[in-house]
Write a protein that binds this ligand. Structure first.
Ligand code: MLT
Length: 268
């Protein structure tokens, strides 16, 4: 089901597919919920897959109060309340992972298990914050096309960029359809995000970490360090993928996630 919910004074667009254990998947920057299409199709046969558009993106409105990771996490919590979901597997890719960690800090009892894909716990350093502000201004003044051109080589492997025009067009379409105001707000929200490294040893739910072997933005070495701090976590490195591992290698991504969810269900 595709729907719009009014929560916390804003509209939230979301898909809610399948029945069973609820699984919430949060998209990266500057994308929208459609990036989870292959996961919703594959996992929706056994689980309830809920994919919201984060504030400002897709069908969701930007609302008041900025686009910090905490505001986005609170939107997700309000959406789950609206849907009558008390506890869910919560996961996200990249910015969606930052929101997932913020969600765990704010609402730990509402998390059954975690998926952290192509993401990291650290905050931005001063150079990183400056670059976010420059990108925010670029988006506001020149639109999303230059953002797409700058990001593309880091999002997909060179092989995908050269040989998979359909995937490149899909990623481009998500990026250029993002509203510059939403992108700027999310960039400023990411620049303000807190360092979540102290949270990692406190995580006491099953956690799957997934990373593309060629991810330059959130590299496998960082995923490994994150995994060492989360007791009992599982790390899956996906060959032939860069930052958008779920889109570049959906079969491998889905198989790792399905086997994690099956193990979770067996153990509970
Ligand atoms: C994303 O894919 O969400 C972004 O690369 C995150 C970031 O810029 O830190």
């Amino acid at each position: 089901m595709c729907a719009l919910a009014r929560v916390r004074g804003s509209e939230v667009g979301y898909d809610d597919i399948g029945v069973g254990l609820p699984v919430v998947l949060l998209h990266g920057f500057p994308f929208d919920r459609s990036m989870w299409r292959e996961q919703a199709e594959a996992l929706g046969e056994s689980y309830r897959i809920i994919t919201p558009d984060l504030r400002g993106f897709g069908e969701s409105t930007l609302g008041d109060g900025g686009a910090t990771m905490e505001e986005m996490a609170s939107d997700v919590a309000a959406l789950l309340e609206h849907l009558g979901v008390e506890r869910a597997v919560v996961g996200g890719l990249s910015m969606g992972g930052y929101v997932t960690l913020a969600f765990y800090r704010l609402f730990p009892t509402r998390v059954a298990a975690l998926l952290l894909a192509d993401t990291r716990p650290q905050a931005d350093d001063e150079d990183g914050k400056r670059a976010r502000e420059e990108t925010a201004r670029l988006a506001l003044h020149e639109g999303m096309e230059p953002i797409f051109s700058a990001m593309l080589p880091k999002l997909l492997t060179p092989a995908h960029v050269e040989q998979d025009p359909t995937l490149v067009a899909r990623v481009r379409s998500m990026v250029i359809n993002a509203r510059p105001e939403a992108a700027a707000a999310a960039l400023r929200g990411m620049a303000l995000r807190r360092d979540q490294r102290d949270l990692l040893p406190l995580i006491n739910v099953p956690t799957l970490i997934v990373v593309g072997a060629g991810d330059q933005l959130t590299p496998p070495s960082e995923a490994q360090l994150m995994g060492e701090k989360i007791v009992g976590s599982r790390l899956q490195v996906i060959d032939g993928a860069a930052h958008l591992s779920n889109l570049e290698r959906p079969a491998e991504f889905n198989s790792a996630f399905l086997s994690f969810l099956e193990d979770y269900c067996r153990q509970t």
